[in-house]
Design a protein around this ligand. Structure first.
Ligand code: ASP
Ligand code: MG
Length: 421
């Protein structure tokens, strides 16, 4: 059994969806569970719907949703003939669910509504791709993953209930492979025990696929992307970025942690726990080898460069020049945990602490206010965090040249520099 994940870009237009069918055709007689994201930028568009709805701009929310509906209906028209009517019925049900909600007034928290609205992106894309596969002679079975992935009700960042989900996979997913080789479902979404939809965090489809790979004991997971494989830097920022053929799980966890947009950070653990290799392959040219990520040690890696923009540096200075002891540090970490802030870099000195965090204004404001109880607080914005693994001094010089450096931290493996953008 294999698990494939296709991201939004690989199902963005009709030709891309046709290409998905070609890729699947090139794996005849193989059982494949396919996880698909919402088409193109649909999730961003649905976020706008959720915002408008929650802020009481009902007309605007409905209009924005209308655009999303049209895009999906148009794509379906281009792709389908014999399966079009049945698909429209399925899509209409999803549309109606959202529209009902949009006609209400919000009485619960934003994150709840976000999940009820945004989850439809994956339901629509998978319904369309499934109909297309079936019409082109690939018998695919569509599954609503909300019947399989049970989560808690931490909306927008829901956690999987592994034991319940595992049971559902054994009882509901495995038997489907007795009917046909292809089972197709959504990434990124799940449901609570009260049948409320949940999402697992932006870009979470990689993770959904990894959960399936783990629970199905898959021989491999493949993420199909619009790049050759994993590169040592973002090719949009660094045109000379190099392709990396092989990586260790840990290296990828490190890269994702530092902000590389390669693979969702939660993806590796379920795979590593069962030694399931992760392949990152190019959907534009399926015959390219791609990158393999596994348990083996990999030597001679090029420097890996990650830029994380939009950072804020919080300067915390003890009020009366007393040393920064365990107590204020403990209090500070408690604040991070309460406000759900993940510090990207921390440096502690005698009378001060400096912390780099993502520039999320509400969180920074809360942190600054609460920390002001035991520190003088200053906030500096407009910074980028540069991380280089396996660095060489010359390269570091080149990358930081002309930027004013605010903070630097170095281990034999990794150097991090917080600098002006
Ligand atoms: N569609 C979701 C997003 O754009 C999930 C994903 O693409 O992995 O975040
Ligand atoms: Mg995506």
């Amino acid at each position: 059994m294999k698990v494939f994940k296709f991201g939004g870009a690989s199902v963005q237009q009709t030709e891309k969806i046709q290409n998905v069918a070609n890729i699947i055709r090139s794996y005849p007689d193989q059982q494949i569970l396919i996880v698909i994201s919402a088409m193109g930028k649909t999730t961003n568009a649905l976020e706008k719907v959720a915002e408008a709805f929650f802020e009481g701009r009902q007309e605007e929310a409905l209009q924005l949703f209308e655009v999303i509906k049209h895009n999906h209906i148009n794509t379906s028209k281009y792709l389908l003939v014999t399966h079009f009517n049945a698909l429209m019925e399925q899509l209409t049900n999803f549309f109606t669910e959202v529209e009902w909600l949009l006609h209400d007034k919000p009485v619960r928290e934003y994150d709840y509504y976000y999940d009820q609205i945004v989850c439809v992106g994956e339901l629509l894309s998978t319904a369309i791709v499934s109909a297309y596969l079936n019409e082109s002679g690939i018998p695919a079975q569509w599954v609503d993953v909300r019947d399989i992935f049970r989560t808690d009700n931490n909306f927008r960042d829901a956690a999987i209930d592994w034991s319940f989900t595992s049971q559902r996979v054994q009882e509901e997913i495995l038997p489907l492979f007795e009917n046909s080789n292809i089972v197709l479902t959504q990434g990124f979404i799940g449901s609570t025990d009260e049948n409320e939809s949940t999402t697992l965090g932006r870009e979470g489809s990689d993770y959904s696929a990894a959960v399936f790979a783990n629970l199905l004991n898959a021989e491999s997971q493949t993420i199909w992307k619009d790049v050759e494989g994993v590169m040592n830097a973002d090719p949009k920022q660094f045109p000379n970025a190099q392709f990396i053929a092989e990586l260790n799980y840990e290296e990828v966890i490190e890269m994702a942690y530092y902000g590389a947009q390669v693979i969702h950070p939660k993806t590796i653990k379920p795979l590593q726990n069962k030694s399931i290799p992760l392949l990152v392959k190019c959907f534009l040219d399926k015959d390219l080898p791609g990158t393999v990520i596994h348990n083996k040690q990999v030597k001679g890696l090029p420097p890996i460069i990650v830029l994380k923009p939009d950072q804020a540096l919080i300067h915390l200075h003890s009020k009366d020049f007393s040393f920064v002891g365990e107590k204020p540090v403990a209090d500070l970490y408690q604040l991070f945990s309460d406000i759900k802030i993940k510090p990207n870099l921390i440096q502690t000195g005698a009378v001060s602490i400096q912390v780099a965090i993502d520039d999320k204004p509400e969180k920074i404001q809360k942190l600054a206010l609460d920390a002001a109880e035991f520190f003088e607080v200053q906030v500096e914005k407009g910074l980028t965090l540069l991380t280089v693994r396996h660095y060489q001094d010359g390269l570091l010089q080149e990358l930081t040249n002309g930027h004013s450096v605010k903070l630097k931290q170095q281990t034999p493996q990794t150097v991090q520099v917080l600098m002006h953008q």
